[in-house]
Ligand binder design. Structure first.
Ligand code: SAM
Length: 281
């Protein structure tokens, strides 16, 4: 049976290039090109964007992105064994795929991209959260990317989109939702991957807002949420004691009961708290 792009099926590619998955590189491959095209579609219209993909591996998602009409794909892969397979894809669509060999945490990826940029990736689980935090905390906002469409372990995806009072709610949800729209757009069972991981996975779509949802000093917001959630079982009057000599009055001024715990407080109230603390010096 033919493939969407006329290139060999991924199982053949893996066999031909001896791409046995390596656990230490977080390699769980997607081999169904219909599925990778579906993930690419979740990122919306790609025809006017450069797409950054971290960890293309044998190229299933890369091929999905190209088949769905990405203007250009820049794919960064640490595993040299995958480079010949990726070179074959690049040769099939001249000028549309640039492959970078190296560590996504080390390379200056922005230098290879022309805005608008969308980031789409089935991330290696061991560096997924670190990459996300970097993308959410650039020096300037709006960031160089307009959206992130990222596969995570389902539990991490739930932490990104969590709301107050839920078991997954914490700093990652606040960081993500402070200046992004975040939602889960797809969940996948372990069998969707080769080899199958132990857990379910989910694709999260994060769209950058032009400005933060509520105004406040971002550094102070991060400091407050770190204090609050590092002792998440404690009442805020205790966990935030070091914030201000009269922390109970500060909390009351934004409508937070001093006995409340971090997991009960939404982003809007945390931002209000940061504003009051900033104003009180
Ligand atoms: N995109 C492919 C797919 O969906 O089938 C592979 C995804 S696999 C979960 C993660 C990929 O990231 C692997 O190809 C792995 O070699 C690569 N990788 C791991 N660590 C990396 C790093 N630090 N920088 C770039 N790529 C990395």
């Amino acid at each position: 049976m033919g493939t969407i792009d006329g290139l060999p099926p991924l199982r053949e590619v893996i066999r031909a290039h001896d791409l046995v998955a390596r656990k230490q590189l977080g390699q769980n491959f997607l081999l169904d090109l219909n599925l990778t095209a579906k993930i690419a579609r979740a990122a919306g219209d790609l025809s006017a964007s450069d797409v950054l993909e971290v960890g293309p591996g044998p190229g299933g998602l890369t091929r999905g992105l190209l088949a769905e009409g990405a203007r250009r794909v820049v794919a960064v892969e640490k595993d040299a064994r995958a480079l010949p397979a990726l070179a074959e894809i690049a040769a099939s669509c001249p000028g549309r795929l640039e492959v970078l060999h190296g560590d996504a945490l080390e390379l200056d990826l922005a230098a290879h991209l022309t805005p608008p940029v969308k980031i789409v990736a089935n991330l290696p689980y061991n560096i997924g959260t670190e990459l996300l935090i970097r993308w959410l905390t650039p020096r300037d906002w709006p960031p160089m990317w307009s959206s992130l469409t990222l596969m995570f372990q389902k539990e991490v995806a739930e932490r990104i989109v969590a709301k107050p009072k839920g078991e997954h709610y914490g700093r990652l949800a606040l960081l993500a939702q402070y200046r992004c729209e975040a939602r889960i757009v797809m969940t996948l069972p372990p069998e969707a991957f080769t080899p199958a991981p132990k857990v379910h996975s989910a694709v999260v779509q994060l769209t950058a807002l032009p400005e933060p949802r509520y105004p406040c000093d971002f550094g102070l917001l991060q400091r407050i949420t770190a204090m609050a959630f590092n002792q998440r079982r404690k009442m805020l009057r205790a966990s935030l004691k070091a914030l201000h000599p009269d922390v109970e009055t500060v909390l009351a001024s934004v409508g937070i009961p001093p006995t409340a715990r971090a997991e009960e407080i939404g982003l809007e109230q945390f931002c209000a708290l940061a504003r009051v603390v900033a104003a009180k010096g």
